[in-house]
Design a protein around this ligand. Structure first.
Ligand code: GLN
Length: 194
């Protein structure tokens, strides 16, 4: 199994390190042809406007859409979640694939960054140590979207729609590899199908 991490800007190295720790082959993706032969793709956190503009410039927007339409799993964290979403309430280049509306920088200045033990039933009984950095939140989800985790006030911060996974926080900055493992299980499901 070979996983790509979009490496235009942001926290891509940390994702690659986490995947290596899990014994996976992980490669940086900067050009459309580098998607060939990959089994899944992670879109990291960073600055969604910068990543989106670079994705357009390098022809990656269409290439990633095709990759996901073929059924290949994609996982967006933080800025990556923003890019995967269909609606972010403003005009910026997006991949626009998942039926969710998100709000950028949703936690205000006081709560710029925070860590919380997040109940995440799909990962088991232990909460996930979720690190939020100028994070977005999910405002609303469409019919086919399953919310996987929410903050105590009910704000959804992780969701899945078929082969697409999003989290508002940065799992690659925690020592806990369960979300990367969860993503790998999505890839295994996909490979079992084909
Ligand atoms: N605030 C960033 C944005 O709106 C996302 C921050 C992050 O990825 N940690 O793009």
């Amino acid at each position: 199994m070979k996983i790509g991490v979009l490496a235009l800007q942001g926290a891509f190295r940390e994702h690659i390190e986490t995947l290596h720790k899990l014994g996976m082959e992980a490669v940086e993706v900067r050009l459309p042809e580098q998607l060939e032969g990959l089994d899944g793709l992670i879109i990291p956190g960073g600055e969604s406007t910068a990543i989106g503009k670079l994705a357009v410039k390098y022809g990656l927007q269409e290439a990633i859409r095709r990759f996901v339409e073929l059924g290949k799993p994609v996982y967006g964290t933080c800025a990556g979640m923003i890019l995967i979403s269909k609606d972010v309430g403003r005009d910026q280049p997006l991949l626009g694939m998942m039926d969710v509306k998100v709000e950028r920088n949703a936690f205000g200045r006081q709560l710029d960054s925070f860590e919380t033990d997040l109940p995440f039933p799909a990962l088991g009984d232990d909460p996930f140590p979720a690190i939020f950095i100028r994070a977005p939140r999910i405002e609303s989800v469409g019919d086919g979207v399953e919310v996987l985790a929410a903050l105590p006030d009910g704000t959804p911060v992780a969701a899945r729609q078929g082969n697409m996974l999003i989290t508002a926080f940065h799992p690659e900055l925690s020592e806990d590899p369960r979300l990367h493992r969860y993503f790998l299980s999505m890839i295994e499901e996909d490979t079992a199908k084909s």
